[in-house]
Ligand binder design. Structure first.
Ligand code: ACO
Length: 328
């Protein structure tokens, strides 16, 4: 049976670093508060001259290079983002051009906030198993610094910019690849984490801008509660669907929202933190970019070996959440 397998990974992180101490000069906060509540020490911020597609193309290029695949052979590009280059065309279309991927291949964006990469992975997996596309780049990219309220200490300390990418190809070994994906959403909770203005519902207006409706708004406590509960449930489903248990898992690569959320997931699912890969301290919450960025770093650090079982999970605005099990 044909499965889809991750044959290359890449990440792109802007060079400019914003530390907690830098933030303490901008809003009433401290390194201690941010580190204790979130585990974040610093985040990266994209240069104003660049856009999401620049980061995304760089990450995808890296994934192709590591896979030894000419980008011109990539026939499908899926970009999960809520901070794309512009409302339309898709960021994926810009990426196709910048990457030098196959013209006439398919390229589209999807909106599932922090779960965007895993939603994309699920779609790519289905495309490959159906034989519809052969080489699919799945990218999570965010330039959250452009939609964060830099005067709101309860949100601006959390987020960072970055991109992560994987290249998926068909694998008929019967041993390796994506074992399962599960996607979820709860549309009753749209308003606990959102950017209210800027779409057809509430077009940008001077009044909207004055009320900061074009910037991220979040009920942090509510998000926290749902993040732990739903990432635990989705991870359990990933294991049960494959007749596996927590003891079989080599690495949980969960959305890097904050360390306390990851610790809550670890405790409730009964998989120790030593098997959670984390890099939230250096990147902050990069939304859809966080899972592929963490995967790329884990591989770079030699932590992922052939045959390992990886569980991915993420939750974000929507609410949308997801999990995947992958035999490496
Ligand atoms: N520095 C100092 N004080 C702050 C800061 C800050 N950056 N932010 C908030 N505070 C203050 C508040 O004003 C409040 O003060 P008060 O008691 O005088 O009113 C106090 O700290 C406690 O605020 P809470 O919001 O109750 O703090 P909490 O312990 O809930 O932590 C946090 C806030 C870190 C946002 C937490 O709710 C959280 O992690 N939520 C998850 C949100 C998240 O990760 N969102 C990302 C997008 S969704 C996702 O990726 C899963």
């Amino acid at each position: 049976m044909i499965a889809s397998r991750i044959v290359g990974t890449g990440r792109a992180v802007p060079p400019r670093v914003l530390t907690n101490d830098d933030l303490a000069k901008m809003v009433d906060t401290s390194d201690q508060w941010i580190a204790e509540r979130t585990g974040i020490r610093q985040r990266h911020i994209l240069d104003p001259s660049l856009a999401a597609s620049d980061l995304a193309a760089e990450a995808a290029r890296e994934a192709c290079r590591k896979a030894g695949v000419d980008p011109a052979r990539v026939d499908c590009i899926i970009v999960g983002t809520v901070t794309g280059d512009c409302p339309f065309p898709s960021t994926a279309a810009f990426v196709q051009k910048k990457l030098g991927a196959a013209h006439g291949g398919c390229a589209f964006d999807l909106s599932a906030a922090c779960a965007g990469f895993l939603y994309g992975l699920s779609i790519a997996d289905a495309f490959i198993r159906a034989g519809q596309y052969r080489l699919v780049a799945v990218i999570g990219v965010e330039v959250l610094s452009r939609i964060v309220d830099w005067t709101d200490r309860s949100t601006c300390v959390l987020f960072g910019d970055g991109a992560g990418a994987v290249l998926l190809a068909a694998d008929d070994s019967g041993r390796r690849g994506v074992l399962s994906t599960h996607l979820y959403a709860d549309g009753r909770l749209t308003d606990i984490l959102w950017q209210p203005a800027g779409g057809s519902r509430e077009p940008i207006s001077p009044e909207g801008i004055a009320a900061k409706r074009h910037l991220v708004q979040m009920n942090g406590r509510e998000v926290y509660k749902h993040a732990v509960k739903n990432m635990v449930a989705a991870s359990r489903t990933a294991l049960e669907a494959n007749n596996l248990s927590g003891g079989d898992v080599t690495w949980v690569i969960a959305h890097q929202a904050n360390l306390r959320i990851l610790e809550g997931v670890s405790e409730r699912i009964g998989i120790p933190m030593s098997r959670f890969f984390t890099n939230v301290d250096r990147y902050g919450n990069t939304s859809s970019a966080s899972v592929p960025t963490a995967l790329d770093e884990a591989i770079e650090q030699g932590k992922v070996k052939e045959g390992d079982l990886l569980v991915f999970t993420a939750l974000g605005g929507g609410l949308a959440w997801a999990s995947a099990a992958v035999r490496w």
